[in-house]
Every structure is written in structure tokens, then in C-alpha cells.
Design a protein around this ligand. Structure first.
Ligand code: CNA
Length: 267
């Protein structure tokens, strides 16, 4: 008989208490409960664009091809994305930050570009795909800016220092990941005695390939929809992360449960 959610969460809480180098690998599903849609689930960006009759796939909007060949469309999408900066971390981000603070979490590896882990207080965050919160100009000096420095007009932001286009510091589809970040992520996973993989459809490589570096026997996969890697996990939970992390918080910090679970928006 399948294990109940309650007993799975008990096991995860116990493992968190007895592991010495837990690593969290997350994706867009970590931030849906902060109000940022993911790509592929029923409420994701894919589905929305298709319903609106737009044949542009989100991967294209976040691609090097789009930046170069459909620059207006690229920056139109960027402008709408900047609202991410006003959003708040949810219980999952907050629990992870607290676990790290207590020495119970070695690193967060994220495919997200929203900066919400850092906003929640996480320190060791490997951003595989960069961050929408940082921008840089495309001139040789690569002048750097925060997303809050980027005005809505003109549509294509220009560097005040050198006049070149300013782009987000995000690894666009068709661009190389930063090897320093991927190496650090591989090291973290390779040294982990517990790995939590959450809120990711595990469709995007090389992020999904990081699972191959894990050699332990505490692989926990938490995702609302099934993933191609479910068969490899020691525990699989097809539930909302907000629900699961609230229950982890309740078990680990009963006195702070209300604070940790406050103000959550639902996706
Ligand atoms: P994805 O392919 O959209 O998959 C997300 C997964 O999360 C889906 O399988 C959902 O079932 C699951 N999910 C959604 N909400 C929840 C929830 N509340 N609880 C549990 N599971 C949930 O996204 P991936 O991260 O796998 O794909 C990687 C892409 C998406 C990366 O390149 C990201 O940069 C990109 N992305 C990032 C953001 C962001 O920064 N917040 C948002 C949208 C897309």
C-alpha cells in the first residue's frame, strides 16, 4: 500500500534532522505559490500563451534567438517579467532559508531566475539560469545594474555608461551555462547525503542531469505532476510544495509555524 503523505513528511523531517549535507534542487514550481506561473503545468505560461492564440513558446521568449531576431518581443516579455521584483517568498523559500541558517541545508540549486531564495534569506544559492534581478549591458565593459534600475521606457533599455543594450543576467535558451555555477552545483549534489528535488518537471537539461551526481539513498522528489525521474526517488510526493513545507515547518518549529506560513498566495 502507498505510504500516506503524513508518514512521508515524517520521514522527510527525520531525514532532515539526521542528514549532514542536504541539498535542495528546485524549479519553477517553488515560486508558483508566490504568484509566478511555471512553464508546463496547467496554469503555466505555455498553456496561457496557447489559450491566447499565441504560438510563441516561453522557451522562445527566453532565447538568444529572440533577443537577437525579435528584440522588441523579447523586451516586451522582459518588461512584463520585471513585476517578479515585487513578489514575496513563500513558505518553501522561508523554510529552506531557515534550514540553512541552522546548518541543516548545504545549498539551494535553482533553475529559477526570480531571486526569491535570496529574498527569503538563503545564502548559498546556485542559480543555474542566472537572475532576472541582475542586468548587464552588452558592451565589452558589461556594466551591471539591478532590475530596479531599469526603466519601463524605452522598451529596449540602453546603458547610461556606453549606450549598449542592457539585458537580463539570465542564461537564455541557446546560451551556455556558467561553468563555475554548474561545477559548484555538481559538487554540492555529489557531496549531499540527502537530495530534495522539487517543483521541476525535470525536462530542462543540464539541470535534470544533476540527479546523476547524487550517490546517496535519500532522494526525495516533490512535484505536483509526475516526472520522468520519479522511479529513481526514495520518496515521491505529488503534492503542493506549500502544503509539504508547511507540514515540515509544523514538525520542526511548532512555535514559529504561524510566522513561517504567513501571507502565502496560492498559484
Ligand atoms: P516547469 O517545466 O514549468 O515545471 C514546473 C513543475 O512544477 C511542474 O511539473 C508542476 O507540476 C510543478 N509545480 C508547479 N507548482 C507547484 C507547486 N505549488 N507545488 C508542487 N509542484 C508544483 O519548470 P522547470 O523549473 O522544471 O523548468 C525549468 C525552466 C523554467 C527554467 O529554465 C526556469 O528558468 C524557467 N522558469 C522560471 C520561473 C521562475 O524563475 N520563477 C518561472 C517560470 C519558468
Amino acid at each position: 500500500m502507498a505510504e500516506s503523505l503524513e508518514s512521508q513528511i515524517d520521514t522527510v523531517a527525520d531525514w532532515l534532522a539526521s542528514s549532514s549535507s542536504t541539498v535542495f534542487l528546485g524549479g519553477a514550481g517553488v515560486s508558483t505559490e508566490s504568484g509566478i506561473p511555471d512553464f508546463r503545468s496547467s496554469e503555466g505560461i505555455y498553456t496561457k500563451l496557447r489559450e491566447e492564440g499565441k504560438m510563441l513558446e516561453p522557451e522562445y521568449l527566453l532565447s538568444h534567438d529572440c533577443l537577437v531576431n525579435d528584440t522588441d518581443i523579447f523586451f516586451e516579455y522582459q518588461r512584463s517579467n520585471r513585476r517578479m521584483g515585487n513578489l514575496e517568498p513563500n513558505v518553501t523559500h522561508r523554510v529552506l532559508a531557515r534550514l540553512e541558517d541552522e546548518g541543516a541545508l548545504a545549498a539551494v540549486i535553482t533553475q529559477n531566475i526570480d531571486g526569491l531564495h535570496q529574498k527569503a534569506g538563503s545564502k548559498t544559492v546556485w542559480e543555474l539560469h542566472g537572475s532576472q534581478m541582475r542586468h548587464l549591458c552588452m558592451g565589452p565593459a558589461e556594466h551591471r545594474f539591478s532590475s530596479t534600475d531599469i526603466p519601463d521606457e524605452p522598451l529596449i533599455p540602453l546603458c547610461p555608461e556606453c549606450g549598449n543594450t542592457i539585458r537580463p543576467d539570465v542564461v537564455l535558451f541557446g546560451e551556455m551555462l556558467d561553468p563555475r555555477v554548474t561545477d559548484a552545483a555538481m559538487d554540492a549534489v555529489g557531496n549531499a547525503d540527502m537530495l530534495i528535488v522539487a517543483g521541476t518537471s525535470l525536462n530542462v537539461y543540464p539541470a535534470a542531469g544533476l540527479l546523476n551526481f547524487y550517490a546517496g539513498d535519500r532522494l526525495v522528489l516533490m512535484n505536483r505532476d509526475a516526472t520522468p525521474m520519479d522511479y529513481r526517488a526514495d520518496i515521491v510526493m505529488h503534492h503542493s510544495l506549500g502544503e509539504v513545507f508547511s507540514e515540515i515547518a509544523r514538525r520542526r518549529w511548532p512555535d514559529d509555524y504561524e510566522i513561517l506560513t504567513r501571507h502565502d498566495q496560492k498559484s
